[in-house]
Design a protein around this ligand. Structure first.
Ligand SMILES: C[S@@+](CC[C@H](N)C(=O)[O-])C[C@H]1O[C@@H](n2cnc3c(N)ncnc32)[C@H](O)[C@@H]1O
Length: 318
């Protein structure tokens, strides 16, 4: 029998192109890296001339200053809904309604789409939030000051969903993005090898996975299956959490291995990588160590300064 062609979008594997991509034209030249108070642009390069750029600011506003089609791959983890206070004005994640949060993230992704190359790929990691609706602030979290907030929208009444429900944030965002024209090629489960201890949850299983959505901008895009075959995994990736926060910064950093897998499958060698919610700079570090140039955007001066120092140190070694 002649096999039927797959109804799925066709993927043309692009193999190891040797041509170096043109570097992005930034308005400001590369500045050697010493973090000065008030500074909001940093940049440098590794010993083998791979460039990196850090921009402090709102991700939408900063991306608006970047040319279209200038990145081959985006790997990012935005703030989750009401999970953390990054202590910086204009942060996403503390919207009064679910819809405001969903459109806030989708607006950032609209801009990501513009700066992503036509054959580019986006990996978006998002976790869910439960609605407590108790009408009182969540108790203090002794281990993590960043979680001591006032009355959060997910504790107040009137969010419009039943008390105790998982809100379904990751899928709400993904569906909004599909509506706005993104192609969702794979909803990947990132199974965290050790589940997150949730001692207060006695009437449901503790959470042990998060979503990692793989989106493409067009029907044809770069994809290399080698990374999956080597790991013997398909759309469930078993990857351990990161051991500790970096220098006491509570960024909810994702593990390097997760970013490595994304770049291995979705970014051609020598490609240009962007993280519009860069935090401690995990994406940038993995991009540079795997031979790709990197750009990171974050609203928080603390995180940008940390990234600047850590990338200056890394680039003196590689
Ligand atoms: C989940 S953390 C990212 C952690 C990162 N993946 C890492 O490995 O460290 C989300 C980041 O988004 C930043 N952020 C929040 N709102 C932002 C906005 N409007 N524009 C840019 N960055 C923002 C926060 O400062 C925080 O560092």
């Amino acid at each position: 029998m002649i096999p039927m062609p797959s109804p799925e979008l066709s993927v043309k594997p692009v193999r190891k192109k040797k041509i170096a991509p043109p570097s992005i034209e930034f308005e400001t030249p590369l500045i050697p890296l010493v973090a000065e108070p008030g500074q909001d642009t940093w940049g440098g390069h590794t010993q083998n001339r791979l460039e990196y750029h850090i921009r402090r600011g709102d991700s939408v506003q900063v991306m608006k200053t970047l040319p279209a089609n200038s990145f081959d791959c985006v790997v990012t983890s935005p703030p989750y809904y009401w999970q953390r206070d990054y202590d910086v004005e204009g942060q996403l994640g503390q919207e009064k309604t679910i819809n405001e949060f969903v459109s806030g993230i989708a607006n950032v992704m609209d801009e990501v789409k513009r700066v992503l190359a036509t054959d580019g790929v986006l990996f978006l990691n998002l976790g869910d939030t439960y609605y407590s609706g108790k009408g009182e602030p969540k108790g203090p979290d002794r281990k993590n000051k960043a979680r001591r907030m006032g009355l959060r929208a997910v504790d107040a009444s009137g969010l419009g969903v039943p008390r105790k429900t998982a809100i379904g944030i990751p899928w709400r965002v993904a569906i909004e993005m599909i509506t706005r024209g993104w192609t969702l090629r794979s909803p990947i489960i990132w199974q965290r090898k050790s589940n997150v201890p949730e001692p207060s949850a006695k009437d449901r299983p503790w959470r042990s996975y998060e979503m990692l959505f793989m989106f493409s901008k067009s029907p044809r895009y770069f994809f290399d299956r080698t990374g999956l075959t080597e790991a013997r995994e398909e759309d469930i990736w078993q990857i351990s959490d990161r051991a500790k926060s970096s220098e006491g910064l509570h960024s909810a950093a994702f593990p390097e291995q997760l970013v490595q897998r994304c770049l291995q499958v979705g970014c051609r060698p020598g490609g240009r990588v962007l993280d519009p919610f860069a935090g401690t700079g995990t994406t940038l570090r993995v991009a540079l160590t795997s031979g790709r140039s990197a750009t990171g955007i974050d609203l928080s001066p603390k995180f940008c300064e940390y990234m600047a120092k850590s990338l200056a140190e890394l680039s003196s070694r590689i």
